[in-house]
Write a protein of this length. Structure first.
Length: 336
């Protein structure tokens, strides 16, 4: 597999220089540091302190700079006035995200709000999230779920501490986050069950698979580059994870449809109940793929994002000695 990958990389070198030869440089690009072939400015960005790297570049090239991450052009603004212009005045121009292969697949072709281009679908999704899913009353109705999951987690930690066992905080936080979001979305608990462990395992696997799609994402738009990830089997792994979650959410939707004879009050509704009610009322042009795209965003990709942030926080806390004490090893676990 390694010789095939090397051959594909070397075969792209002539394409790179040909594209640079025939590509006309825009005279309107902001100033920026020189780029390297294939990686652009990635060598100047430190992943653990992205904001510091961008700030240092802005001190050399000004408050608006032009960068390139792989083959993806990027504009970075570092002043309050320019941020207001981009995020408020010209928000419609800049609000759409690049169509990355993995995210496009998980969002059912951009049907959710995060990866939908600015159009009627995006405006409808925004209304659904603002008015029906993330409004103050709806968030307050899920309070008992949040309190219940935190209480269960604290009891688990307390039990492990009493028995002098190692407390794997990374796994505990991952379990709590997954169970909390799934209960809010589908209305039932997956605590300590086989299905819960399988869902978390698939989410973790999907997180790793999405991180592997670096070739297609960094060289987005370059002909034949997507073949590299396909030949290495990465897109097949994304497809398998997608099919698992697609059937998982379709099963939950079918269960909710079978229970429609006993409708719940608005305060008792979970996310699937709300979306099915909106579909039935024809308030929005919703399909089952829209519903699954929203669930995929709220559960799978959101859980991955939250878990990554939690791991970074735990790593920072457990790796920092407290008052001269030695840091815990491994960082993700604490021994009482």
């Amino acid at each position: 597999m390694a010789p095939l990958f090397l051959f594909l990389i070397l075969s792209l070198i002539p394409l790179y220089f040909l594209s640079k030869l025939f590509k006309s440089k825009s005279r309107f690009n902001p100033p920026g540091p020189p780029t390297l072939p294939f990686i652009g400015n990635l060598h100047q960005i430190h992943p653990s302190s992205l904001h510091t790297s961008l700030w240092n570049l802005s001190k050399s090239y000004g408050p608006i700079i032009s960068l390139r991450f792989g083959f993806i052009p990027a504009i970075v603004v570092s002043s309050a006035s320019l941020a207001t212009e981009v995020l408020k005045t010209q928000d419609i121009v800049f609000c759409s995200r690049p169509p990355l292969l993995g995210q496009l697949k998980l969002s059912y072709g951009g049907m959710d709000m995060a990866f939908s281009p600015y159009n009627k679908n995006w405006r409808d999704m925004r209304k659904i999230f603002t008015l029906h899913l993330l409004g103050p009353k709806r968030v307050q109705s899920f309070r008992h779920i949040r309190e219940d999951e935190v209480s269960i987690t604290m009891k688990n930690i307390h039990g492990l501490a009493l028995s002098s066992k190692v407390v794997n905080m990374s796994e505990i936080m991952k379990s709590m986050t997954s169970n909390l979001m799934l209960r809010v979305s589908v209305g039932k608990s997956y605590q300590d069950g086989h299905e819960s462990k399988e869902v978390i395992r698939k989410i973790t696997k999907l997180q790793a698979v999405m991180a592997e799609l670096f070739v297609s994402n960094l060289w987005h738009g370059v002909p034949f580059v997507g073949l590299v990830d396909r030949l290495l089997g990465k897109m097949d792994r994304v497809e398998k994870c997608f099919k698992y979650f697609d059937s998982f959410y379709q099963k939950l939707i079918d269960e909710h449809l079978n229970l429609e004879k006993n409708p719940k009050s608005h305060d008792e509704e979970d996310v699937i109940d709300v979306l099915l009610r909106l579909k039935k009322d024809q308030s929005f042009n919703l399909t089952y793929d829209h519903i699954k795209a929203i669930l995929m965003r709220k559960n799978v990709t959101k859980i991955v994002s939250v878990i990554r942030k939690q791991d970074n926080c735990l790593l920072a806390v457990f790796s920092t000695p407290a008052r001269g004490a030695a840091p815990w090893t491994p960082p993700g676990a604490a021994a009482p």
